[in-house]
Design a protein around this ligand. Sequence first.
Ligand SMILES: CC(=O)SCCNC(=O)CCNC(=O)[C@H](O)C(C)(C)COP(=O)(O)OP(=O)(O)OC[C@H]1O[C@@H](n2cnc3c(N)ncnc32)[C@H](O)[C@@H]1OP(=O)(O)O
Ligand SMILES: O=C([O-])CC(=O)C(=O)O
Ligand SMILES: [Mg+2]
Length: 310
Amino acid sequence: MTGRGRVLVLAERQIHLKRTGLYASGCSPVNMIQAVFYNEDMLVYDLEDSVPASEKDAARLLIYQMMKYHRPRNKYVAIRINALYSEYFEEDLQAVVRANPDAIRLPKIEYAKEVQSISQRIAQIEDQVGLEVGKIDLICNIESYMGIINAQEIASADPRVVALTVSAEDLTASMKAQRTKKGLEVFYARNAVLLACRAAGIDAIDVVFSDINDEEGLREDTALAKNLGFDGKTVVHPRQIDVVNSFFTPSQKEINYALRVLDAVEQGKQLGKGAVTLDGSMIDKPIEMRARTTLAQAEAAGIKLDRMVI
Ligand SMILES: CC(=O)SCCNC(=O)CCNC(=O)[C@H](O)C(C)(C)COP(=O)(O)OP(=O)(O)OC[C@H]1O[C@@H](n2cnc3c(N)ncnc32)[C@H](O)[C@@H]1OP(=O)(O)O
Ligand SMILES: O=C([O-])CC(=O)C(=O)O
Ligand SMILES: [Mg+2]
């Protein structure tokens, strides 16, 4: 474990686990303190939609103080600022860069050039206050039809960008769509963002499931996200954390299968075969890759494998 949360080295790149990203509102000091002690991989302090206009200044100050005096050392910490064209943007950026989070979460991103100009502005502030330039990551919320259309260029807009999210509440509002628990209305958006993230080699973070009392619904929604290929999901209540973490953490059954796949591949190699069978199914390169990803995710989640994986 590092000071920035659990990490995994996959495809020669260090990835900070983002199975769960818990929002704590900047106008709830109690939630902000409590969030430090839960199991989420990423804690997101919010200055945007959970904070009413009358509380923006107080929330900005509170988050800065929180980061200075109570920053959790075992988590990846992000701060969501207000949108680029809002009246709060410049003040948010000044305070938040000084707070030096792992990432700044940018709402309502629609164009790559917005990300590039924000990144340059951050660099100026980093330089001004003596921080290493380029160290703060960016997570871009994709939450409009224009963001979806431009997801691919946004994902590779700047080296700071480590993840995109599908932010379904604002997105459905922009689409004149109805938000449903089954999520058919955001199915295309989820896939568009995922493809953009995979092409850019960054993480993809799935939508909020807003009904905090519907565990079965959350399970179905998270299973879908995991099977599509997302790396994690945004959550808004501590009750959602363990459920979501469990889906994005390989089960013992998945780990055992992955180890057996690697054994079968190894035996195949010794016999000079590219494809082998396991339990009656063909095992070849993509299945080996999935097995290796499973084992890397398990290790990153702190699960001890009972043997070395070569
Ligand atoms: C669409 C978007 O933009 S999503 C992002 C913006 N939204 C947010 O940031 C909202 C985040 N979530 C919340 O603020 C809250 O969960 C709410 C308002 C939805 C519900 O809060 P509550 O009514 O207090 O929920 P509830 O009573 O079930 O809370 C149980 C416990 O969990 C704590 N808790 C609830 N939500 C959070 C949270 N997000 N972070 C940390 N602790 C939390 C409560 O303080 C309470 O603690 P206690 O038992 O010690 O008193
Ligand atoms: O940050 C998020 O992913 C949630 C959000 O803003 C939205 O759904 O509109
Ligand atoms: Mg939103």
